[in-house]
Design a protein around this ligand. Structure first.
Ligand code: ATP
Ligand code: LTN
Length: 343
């Protein structure tokens, strides 16, 4: 990776950063909405940083052993999905100390009201009540630190992260106004198709890792028979027509998953299913997903077998990420007047 100044050049190199939490099982929503974009954005003219955000994971209670296990598991899944360590820096957030450091500094320039207004915080804190941690409130500041440390120009995410990206931009602009131009203002990259995959059991709820119903999400490591069963049970409706209409939330979701996995146009898909029943649709979607996940599942087994190589790769990633992040942090110290100066 070439040397890049951390100054926020107007054009500047294309820098991509995104993060994923090592919690629960990765599902096809994460895959379609985020991971496929991460893979596609590994272009020769772009510098890519992908981060497994374990510090975000601990905003809610985690079992320590399980967290470490999941961190390695997510790394292996990302490599299996096509994240190429020659073209991207893959690392674990907590291994780059600058994330925590910048998060604190940014939290001191972020108005409390901006955080209290975040819909994800409102939803999650309502569920957790007294157990809500202060970290859950400041979670988006840590996310802003992840992005701004690398002077990222583009951030590929699912639709649910749009508000957090807007907040990141607001924090960066506020800091720049207060202390002089320091951070580049990042742009979200959200897909037109598949940015919000819904739960199979309840198509008005976003597909999520934390739902308990086993038929809610299709996980990336699900074997074919489990995938078939989950799609068979998917909620549809009694209209018995197969079309991309928002009123038919369940059918729309199945068609969107089919579109994402086959790459076909909406017109071609509607023509293919014209006059056919929901049973046929469910079978076809299941087979497309099974086929689409097969190479990933096969490669995963190879990466998971060699934890030594995986750890070495993540360590190398953290060293490369630290080199970039530390340059930004040094500028921030200078601008804010922290320490005693002189490096
Ligand atoms: P979940 O809600 O499934 O637990 P999350 O959004 O809390 O996931 P991450 O695992 O960190 O947290 O999300 C990783 C990426 O996947 C993010 O870019 C997020 O926007 C995207 N993503 C999560 N769920 C979906 C979904 N249902 N459809 C499309 N993209 C999604
Ligand atoms: N908050 C995100 C995960 C995340 C992220 C990031 C995404 C943490 N840091 C930086 C993009 C860029 C989530 O919950 N899905």
């Amino acid at each position: 990776m070439s040397e890049v100044a951390t100054k926020p050049a107007a054009g500047g190199p294309i820098r991509v950063l995104s993060g994923i939490q090592p919690t629960g099982n990765l599902h096809i929503g994460n895959y379609i909405g985020a991971v496929t974009q991460w893979v596609a954005m590994q272009q020769p003219d772009s510098e890519n940083f992908y981060c497994i955000v374990d510090l975000h994971a601990i905003t809610v209670p985690q079992d320590p052993k399980e967290l470490r296990k999941k961190t390695r598991e997510v790394a292996a899944i990302l490599l299996a999905a096509g994240i190429d360590p020659k073209r991207s820096v893959l690392f674990v957030q907590s291994q780059v100390l600058a994330h925590t450091e910048l998060a604190w500094i940014l939290s001191c320039v972020t108005p409390y009201g901006w955080l209290a207004r975040m819909t994800q915080f409102k939803d999650k804190s309502q569920k957790q009540r007294e157990d809500t941690s202060a970290g859950l409130l400041t979670y988006p500041v840590l996310m802003a630190a992840d992005i701004l440390l690398y002077q990222a120009s583009q951030v590929p995410v699912g639709e649910d992260q749009k508000q957090h990206l807007e907040l990141t931009r607001d924090i960066a602009m506020r800091f720049n106004r207060m202390f002089g131009e320091t951070f580049r203002i990042p742009e979200p990259r959200i897909l037109d198709v598949g940015a919000r995959i819904m739960g199979l059991d309840d198509p008005v709820k976003k597909m999520s890792k934390s739902e308990e119903n086993p038929s809610h999400a299709v996980n990336l490591m699900d074997p074919p028979d489990v995938i078939r069963r989950k799609f068979q049970r998917a909620t549809t409706d009694s209209l018995a027509t197969i079309a991309f209409t928002e009123e038919q939330a369940g059918v729309f979701n199945l068609l969107t998953i089919y579109q994402s996995f086959t790459g076909q146009s909406r017109e071609a898909i509607e023509a293919q299913f014209a006059g056919r029943g929901y049973g046929d649709l469910k079978k076809a979607v299941a087979e497309a997903v099974i086929e689409g996940l097969k190479p990933l599942q096969e490669r995963y087994a190879v990466f998971a077998k060699d934890p030594g190589q995986l750890d070495a790769l993540l360590k190398e990633g953290a060293a490369k990420a630290s080199a970039v992040a530390n340059r930004t942090i040094a500028t921030v110290w200078e601008r804010v007047g922290l320490g005693i100066g002189g490096g």
